[in-house]
Design a protein around this ligand. Sequence first.
Ligand code: G3P
Length: 217
Amino acid sequence: MKFFVDTAEIDAIAELNDLGMVDGVTTNPSLIKKSGRDIIEVTKEICDLVEGPVSAEVTAIDADTMIAEGRKLLEIAENITVKVPLTWDGLKACKTLSDAGHKVNVTLCFSANQALLAAKAGATFISPFIGRLDDINMDGMELIEDIRTVYDNYGFETEILAASIRTVNHILDSARIGADVITAPPAVIKSMISHPLTDKGLDAFLADIKAADIKIL
Ligand code: G3P
């Protein structure tokens, strides 16, 4: 499973990247707003830092402008993935850009039927939003399962990029189902390491190291 980091904060990306935890990055207009940075500048910095795909989202809602914006974003770096919303215009932009050999991430996916359309339009990634479905008392993980089944039934190569991940359980469940990629905020990825028995066990080892004066160096 690939780990993408869902943020435009350079320091947070760098910290996880140094640990080999970053296979790519996803951004969106809300994350760019939160960073307080210019979209082109911050996206270039991210692309310089990370080898894998960096999703940068268009701002237009009509296909022609989305395509023009996508082409401008693609000039930033070789590892840009153009992110478009799951609308007919978004799918038209997806088809044009993917036919031209570019990577496209189709975002704001809330149903398996939408995911099927995105795959047929040549999407490289489909981004189903787990947390936002859970927010309205639907089952985000069920959507990941459905898309996995539909894509596997027909051999679609579009990668399932589980997004809107809020908890470590979303990550584990996505891995169990076989999502190709998860994208999560840095804090959620970092909290995967937490376990009280690890802390308790380490405290006991440290106490014994001190009591027995165990030294290696
Ligand atoms: O990249 C988009 C997605 O991950 C958004 O997450 O928490 O705003 O629903 P969230």
